[in-house]
Design a binder for this molecule. Structure first.
Ligand SMILES: Cc1ncc(C[n+]2csc(CCOP(=O)(O)OP(=O)(O)O)c2C)c(N)n1
Ligand SMILES: [Mg+2]
Length: 579
């Protein structure tokens, strides 16, 4: 067939008359969607019928929350939008947490919810919920389709909005009668959104101001967030930091954007950041924020945040600049474009030899530390062992709590797009379903899901999906028989009144895994842990590992609530350590 003919046929296909359900399938093909995460129900029955006929790859999670976290994991690793389908009413309300999570962490999702028929909207019909109203503040944008003729345009816009500018979740609510109505499928149209034109290229004069500020500074530092990862700008970040000899700090979500083993890397900042990173933020005279939003878990008390610094902030979302921290040099831009421009400027580097010497001294004297204890399992040691066995190459997903912080501190990410965690919302139950999406985004990767004994019990039904698809995910339960992070705060700030945070009667997780057809192993000492980890990584399929760790361990350093970053507790100098 000639090229012309192929193009004509393609055009004919994209102009054909068809049902709303089929339009959705065709649009997903146009968008090259590889996998849909979803759960059926009455309002989406016509859509599921077409999915069945079209043979689309759809993952039936066991709860809609699992579907949306899996889509987030997929988006985080692939850089492509995660696609979710849920039915009306309870199906839609079950994805509210995931939408908020994706909104807070800027993950591109396109989410379809079923809705009752247009004729009964507003009548409290069976399984009716005002999904557009509910999700308005937790989506980047949302739609309700009221006429079949709008559907192709809306889907096209949704993919565009989710993936451009600052990424985020977009929801399309589709009444059941729209899925069966017929219309023309015209997908060959330009997106025209006068009110949505993200700025992606930096202003030249602001770049010049930053170059000038660097050349005059003595103590510059870069704080790099997930914006670097969304822009695929890790190489540029490294080039720029090396060209200007500026040390780099990461936020929790930015980890992997800059290699952890690089001499210019100072570690993670914030509530459980390293001594050096937090002190660098306190002492710096120039702070260059690239793609981070000055979250309160990063800044601590704003009164003491970077008090001596001129602040420059590169962000694709202008609303973030100056929101929390007064900013002298605002640069609205994609991180990659801004870094490329900065590199091209070849500005005069800062005169910062004394600063680098000071930082290296802090790094040497105040490393992350814990007291080793072989008769039990130290959670920090557990993460170190996983790091070594996977050569630092694994995709790591987590829940939220102490285990999450230890994973962030002790798994040294040298590569981008390996770290999948719930940052802004702090969603327990995120880790296991996110691992499913991550593994589907990168089939050949080793995926380790490090979860809490508490958080695991919020979404463990997704073990079924892991078993069904044979995904070789290594599930690591850091079992401290507690809601550990809550326990830690109660120990430190509530005089050890452990109100509803201790769970000594956790279920037998090994038996639970076996009930799902997944092998389970348990360890209670460091030697046993080393043994079961070795076994697990030698196995081809999924495996669940239940590690009974030291239950009273705390995450340090810690910046207590209301304190400045320089007021960390739990820091020890290396000469005080027993090893
Ligand atoms: C859905 C949800 N509910 C409650 C919390 C509050 N919270 C934060 S950490 C934490 C404890 C988590 O316990 P576990 O999963 O066992 O992890 P650990 O801290 O013990 O490592 C809780 C309850 C949360 N983050 N998310
Ligand atoms: Mg726990």
């Amino acid at each position: 067939m000639t090229k012309m003919k192929v193009e004509e046929q393609e055009k004919a296909r994209t102009k054909a008359r068809m049902s709303g359900s089929l339009m959705l399938i065709e649009a997903l093909k146009e968008e090259k969607v590889e996998v849909i995460f979803g759960y059926p129900g009455g309002a989406v029955l016509p859509l599921y019928d077409e999915l069945y006929k079209a043979g689309v790859f759809h993952v039936l999670t066991r709860h809609e929350q699992g579907a949306i976290h899996a889509a987030e994991g997929y988006a985080r690793i692939s850089g492509k939008p995660g696609v979710v389908i849920a039915t009306s009413g309870p199906g839609a309300t079950n994805i509210v947490t995931g939408l908020t999570d994706a909104m807070m962490d800027s993950l591109p999702l396109v989410v379809f919810t079923g809705q009752v028929a247009t004729s009964v909207i507003g009548s409290d019909a069976f399984q009716e919920a005002d999904v557009v109203g509910i999700t308005m503040p937790i989506t980047k944008h949302n739609y309700q389709v009221r006429d079949i003729s709008e559907l192709p345009r809306i889907i096209k816009e949704a993919f565009h909005i989710a993936t451009t500018g600052r990424p985020g979740p977009v929801l399309i609510d589709i009444p059941k009668d729209i899925t069966t109505a017929e219309g023309e499928f015209d997908y060959d149209q330009d997106v025209h959104l006068p009110g949505y034109q993200p700025t992606t290229q930096p202003n030249h004069w602001q770049i010049r101001r930053l170059v000038e500020a660097v050349s005059q500074s003595k103590r510059p530092v870069i704080l790099a967030g997930a914006g670097v990862l969304h822009a695929n700008a890790s190489n540029e970040l490294r080039q720029y930091a090396e060209q200007q000899n500026i040390p780099v700090i990461h936020t929790l979500l930015g980890l992997g954007g800059f290699p952890a083993d690089h001499p210019l890397f100072l570690g993670m900042a914030g509530m459980h950041g390293t001594y050096t990173a937090n002190m660098a933020l306190y002492e710096c005279d120039l702070l260059i924020n690239i793609g981070a939003r000055f979250d309160d878990r990063v800044t601590g008390n704003l009164k003491y945040f970077a008090p001596k610094a001129t602040v420059a902030h590169i962000d694709i979302d202008p609303a973030e600049i100056g929101k929390n921290v007064p900013t002298k040099i605002p640069i609205v831009s994609d991180a990659k474009a801004a870094l490329q421009e900065l590199i091209a400027q070849q500005g005069k580097p800062a005169d910062n030899a004394a600063w680098l010497e000071q930082l290296n001294e802090w790094k040497r004297r105040f490393p992350l530390h814990y007291e080793p204890e072989a008769g039990t399992i130290k959670p920090q040691k557990l993460v170190e062992m996983i790091y070594e066995l996977t050569n630092g190459e694994a995709i790591v997903t987590t829940d939220v709590g102490q285990h999450q912080m230890w994973a962030a501190q002790y798994y040294k990410f040298n590569r981008p797009h390996r770290w999948v965690t719930s940052g802004g919302l702090g969603t327990m139950g995120f880790g296991l379903p996110a691992a499913i999406g991550a593994q589907l985004a990168d089939r050949s990767a080793t995926v380790v899901s490090i979860v809490g004994d508490g958080g695991f019990q919020m979404t463990f039904q997704e073990l079924s999906v892991i078993q069904e698809l044979g995904l070789p995910i290594k599930i690591v339960i850091v079992n401290n028989q507690a809601l550990g992070m809550v326990r830690q705060w109660q120990e430190l700030f509530y005089e050890k009144r452990y109100s509803h945070s201790l769970i000594p009667n956790q279920p037998d997780f090994v038996k639970l895994a076996e009930a799902y057809g997944i092998p389970g192993l348990r360890a209670k000492t460091e030697a046993e842990a080393a043994e079961v980890l070795k076994q697990a990584f030698a196995m081809d399929g999924p495996v669940l590992l239940d590690f009974h760790v030291r239950a009273d361990e705390n995450v340090y350093p810690m910046v207590a609530p209301g304190k400045g970053l320089h007021e960390m507790v739990g820091v020890k100098a290396c000469e005080e350590l027993s090893r």
